[in-house]
Structure formats: structure tokens, C-alpha cells
Design a protein around this ligand. Sequence first.
Ligand code: P5A
Length: 440
Amino acid sequence: MRLSRYFMPILKENPKEAEIVSHRLMLRAGMIRQQSQGIYSWLPLGKRVLDKVNAIIRDEQNRAGAIELSMPTLQSAELWQESGRYDAYGKEMLRIKDRQDRPMLYGPTNEEMVTDIFRSSVKSYKDLPLNLYHIQLKFRDEIRPRFGTMRSREFMMKDAYSFDLTREAAEHSYNKMFAAYLRTFDRLGLRAIPMRADTGPIGGKLSHEFIILADTGESEVFCHKDFVDFDIPGEHTDFDSVEGLQAIFDKWTSLYAATSEMHDEAAFNAVPEGDRLSARGIEVGHIFYFGTKYSEPMGAKVQGPDGKEHFVHMGSYGIGPTRLVPAIIEASHDDSGIIWPASVAPFDIVVINMKAGDQACDDTCELIYAALSKAGKDVLYDDTDDRAGTKFATADLIGVPVQIIAGPRAVANGEVEVKDRKTGARETMTIEAAINRFVA
Ligand code: P5A
């Protein structure tokens, strides 16, 4: 991508409305724009990061055996009347009427709709287990939308829903998502700790929130500090192994970890004082097992091996991609801007032409840009005629992991500078060496 032809509206000044660093940096880097309270557009740079986050989420959902579909954002009120949640959900639900005056709503979550899909076509235990997910916009008319896309009214959610014949089988489905979430957040460069959580309007008894520790987090959390160094389940985790996944779950729930709603002061005080971590955190995921809460009132049942009908046991599993992007920034930035983990960076490399219009600089940059693009790298080429200082500031602000800098003096020697955004380390090397480093 040539910056001169891209759309990346950088702000020079700090936006006044932004209270936390991620919101400030997302606005300054031209990633998002507020359209109305708690409702955002994702501008091209932000969209690239969001897409990469979603690709990792999708990859891990698929690995764990979940199947992707796509459900609509607008739902009929009837379904919610069946489950009993239409009145119970309260003012957070945006209620709409269509031209025939039929009550509709903008979905805050999809338990009812997916249960409707399930009951219409699954009739036998032989079709279980089943886990269906989508990555879709949701709307919740939050009392206090704030911190940009961290807590917005319209937001994106990956929501998965599992269906099983028995409670035991449903627990295995829960454990699959539990392990998949540990892997997902790790691949996003984050350490997320599962904590016992309140189930709120979704319901059920068993529930974990996945929390990232951050001073700007909205939740107050309490846990054993060893969680910070626990091993993440590997790439070859067998998601069909009931014992294997139970062992992962048991290990990750063996020490104290709870959000403030579930906090047990006495149990926490039993943790040796030096091991206690009392901190603030960002909830990036939340998983639930709620048994037959929806399947019973909505009549979602299958025939079991005993020939009888059984209401299915269900769970639901959410991740907030539009919250994860600012959460990653909260965890990874410095005074100059964002520092993206390579896995979600909007571009892999930025090529900075310090003197656009200078033949040697232009030729060098074009050569590097073409070679790296051809090798499959996402390259941003700053070919604008801004001052070098402005270009460096922009590159640091948008947080691309590697900068290749071509200035007239180095280029005259057949060299460029390679800068690591995270460490700030700079290395001068031949043009060929710079290309080879990233093509290998
Ligand atoms: C689980 C999947 C549910 O809605 N039903 C379907 C269950 N869970 S939840 O905890 O309410 O939300 C899941 C995740 O969505 C993100 N999230 C938000 N992100 C941004 N702005 C919001 N207002 C918002 N509300 C929820 C969180 O990451 C949450 O864990």
C-alpha cells in the first residue's frame, strides 16, 4: 500500500474526548471515527487490525470444532418472548418496529435465534455435539458507553453456542472453548486469566470471564499471581480428548481467580500474601454453561439413545473483537504510539522514503516495496512528500513492527536502516540484506 493513495487520517493533536491511552491512539492513528455516541466506523487502518484479530479468533474456533454461520443483526421479538427475556432484558435492548408495526430488536446476543435454528433441524443425539458461531455486530444501549470501542453501544462479538445431550458432554464443550480462548488470547499477544464470573442476563451457574490485567480496566479482579506464567495449551492440543481438556481446565482453575462480583474475601486471604494479585482488568471474553435455560422454554430437544426426548444442554461463548483491539493497545504502547504484536499488526513493514523525489531514494524504496510485497508481506510504503520527522512520528504512532528507512546518505552507499519499533534498535545494512531478512 502506498501511503499517498491510502486513507489514514492521522490527528496531530491529542483528542480531548479520549480518557485512556488506547482511545487516544486509535483516534490519532486514524483507526476509528465516532459516528454517534458509542457507535464507530472502523477506518482502513483499524479495519486491517480488526480483520487480523478476527482471523485468529476464527482459526482457533475452527480448531476447537466450532462451525461458522452468519445470523442477522435484527431479530423478531417473538423469539425473545418465548424464552422470557424480552421483558427481562430491559433498556439495554434496542427495540424497533417495522412497517407492519411488528416488534423487532437489534440483537444484543443470539441465544434465542441459534436455539431456533437448532430446533428446526436437529432431532437426534447422533447430530451432537454441535457448536455454531458467528462474528457479528451487536447492539446494547449501555448506560455509559466509554473509552472508544472498549465499551461501545454497537460492537462486534464472536459468539458461539454449544448443544449437547448431557451435562457431562456440555462440560466437555465448555472445556473446548476454555482451551481455545487461552490459545486465542495468547496468539493476540495477550495474557488473559480466566476468572469465576457472574452470569448476569445470560444465566446459568458455571461461567468464566477472561481478563487482561490493565490499570485502565473497568473490572476489579483478584487472583493468584502464578497465572501470569502458566503454560498455554499447544497447537496440537487434542480437542476430542475429554481427559486432556479437563486437565487444562483443572489446572487453570486450581488457584484463586475471581471478578469483584464473585470475590470471596476469606478464600483470597487464604492465598499467601506475596502471591495475591489485586488489580484492574479488561474483560475480553466470557463463557457460560446454562444447561436447559433456553432449550426448555423454546422446545429444543433431541431423541436420545434411550429413544426418549431430551432438552439439550447449552453453553454460549463470547469474545469482543472491537474491545480486544484497544485492549491490545493498552497492553502494548509507549510514549510515541502503538506497538503491535506481529500477529495483528496492520502492516508487517513500513518503508520510509526520507526524500521522496530523489531518484536514488525512490528507486531503492520501489525495489524494496516490490520485493517484500511479492514475498507476501503486507507493506506500507510512505512515498508522501512529508518531512522525514513527520514520517518517523507517523510510523511510530501506527506501530508497524519493522521500519525500513531509506535516506540519501545511506542509499548512496547502497544501504538502508532497519528499525525495530518495539526495542527501538536500528541497524544499517545493504539493501539486499534488508530484503533477505524479511523474505526468508
Ligand atoms: C456469550 C456469547 C454474552 O453475550 N452470549 C453470546 C454471551 N456474553 S457477554 O459477556 O455479555 O459478552 C461477550 C463479550 O462481548 C464483549 N462486549 C463488549 N464489547 C464492547 N462493547 C460492549 N458494550 C460490550 N459488551 C460486551 C466483551 O468482550 C464480552 O466478554
